[in-house]
Design a binder for this molecule. Structure first.
Ligand SMILES: CC(C)(COP(=O)(O)OP(=O)(O)OC[C@H]1O[C@@H](n2cnc3c(N)ncnc32)[C@H](O)[C@@H]1OP(=O)(O)O)[C@@H](O)C(=O)NCCC(=O)NCCS
Length: 159
């Protein structure tokens, strides 16, 4: 499937909220824990477009089915660097190439903005590790843990 990809400066927080809730309730590690109230998520999206965050969305038939963020480092000695964050594809749209399409486009967007080093965190063992390996990112290494709940911890890898 080919999606239409674009950078957005203004958001429809409801559709993005629905995407994030679906992805988190499906078990993804993207910074939130279920149960996730929609109004909390809408506030998150509304406040996101602070300076230095580029938001890319993937749409088919006018519906948002995926997204990824590029956080541009602002430190004077880090203007070559950006972090890729919150890559997510709706559970019903997976394994159709949308994640790969978003990663290609976010890399192109980073290059256009003069960023030559991309970093990202992902939970060790998740499908995203396969996607990043296929995309040619160098293998990650574990670093301090994420919290899946108040009691459970997962390692992460940094690529
Ligand atoms: C990771 C994620 C974005 C992948 O999106 P997607 O649209 O399904 O990925 P694609 O269809 O583009 O897959 C590209 C390649 O990645 C690998 N891959 C993706 N999902 C995989 C899975 N579940 N198992 C094994 N390999 C997988 C495959 O090599 C695949 O190529 P193929 O289908 O030709 O074999 C999606 O699973 C997701 O949203 N996960 C939850 C959020 C998350 O964990 N995000 C990462 C945060 S860092």
């Amino acid at each position: 499937m080919r999606a239409h990809l674009r950078v957005v400066a203004e958001l429809g927080p409801r559709q993005l909220a629905e995407l994030l809730v679906a992805v988190v309730h499906d078990g993804a590690s993207v910074g939130f824990l279920p149960p996730l109230p929609v109004d909390q998520v809408e506030r998150y999206w509304s406040g996101l477009l602070a300076a230095g965050v580029v938001l890319l969305i993937a749409e088919t038939d006018g519906r948002i089915i995926g997204t990824v963020q590029l956080h541009l480092a602002s430190q004077p000695n880090a203007r070559h660097r950006a972090e890729v964050a919150k890559l997510m594809v709706h559970p019903a749209a997976r394994r159709q190439g949308i994640g790969r399409q978003l990663m290609h486009e976010v890399e192109a967007e980073a290059r256009r903005r003069g960023r030559s080093l991309l970093v990202l965190d992902t939970r060790a063992g998740d499908p995203s590790n396969e996607l990043y390996n296929v995309g040619g990112l160098p293998g990650g290494r574990p670093h301090p843990t994420l919290s899946d709940s108040s009691t459970r911890r997962s390692s992460t890898t940094r690529s």
